[in-house]
Design a protein around this ligand. Structure first.
Ligand code: ATP
Ligand code: MG
Length: 141
């Protein structure tokens, strides 16, 4: 049986600064993702630390959370069959040097840290990340 899945994506500050919002959202729609909810916002350093808490012990945690709080983000709740894995595929590898042609990171990422887009990496993290940015009524669709 095919089941719909939801995932959370973030257009990161580097991509917003490069005027890539429209192009990236077009990729979501062309690839069959339904946009359930969307907003543009800036988060604080503290909020970025909460969102990326799983990476707290990584050497890049401080620069990552500085970067993610450095400018506007666009966050979207997306729905599709197999949304989590399909979005990761559309994003491409974390390091754009390894990202396949046709992926969002191949086109828009600058380097492994400034890599244009975030996508949830599993169904349980998607649930946490969706509820981090959206209230229940915003996802009641
Ligand atoms: P994201 O979680 O943003 O979708 P990802 O799942 O591909 O990306 P993670 O391993 O979860 O990659 O790392 C989270 C983010 O931390 C990356 O997107 C990138 O911005 C940054 N990052 C990851 N590895 C490195 C690194 N070696 N050096 C600097 N920044 C890194
Ligand atoms: Mg990740």
């Amino acid at each position: 049986m095919k089941t719909l899945q939801r995932t959370l994506t973030i257009i990161k500050p580097d991509a917003v600064r490069r005027n890539a919002i429209g192009d990236i959202i077009e990729q979501f729609e062309k690839n069959g993702f339904r946009i359930l909810a969307m907003k543009m916002l800036q988060i604080s350093k503290h909020q970025a630390e909460q969102f990326y808490a799983v990476h707290a012990s990584r050497p890049f945690f401080n620069t990552l959370t500085d970067f993610m709080s450095s400018g506007s983000l666009v966050v979207l709740a997306l729905e599709k069959e197999n949304a989590v894995a399909d979005l990761r595929k559309l994003m491409g590898a974390t390091n754009p040097a390894n990202a396949e042609d046709g992926t969002i990171r191949r086109k828009w990422a600058t380097n492994i840290e400034h890599n244009a887009i975030h996508g949830s990496d599993a169904e349980d993290t998607a649930r946490f990340e969706l509820s981090f940015f959206f209230a229940g009524y915003e996802l009641a669709k």
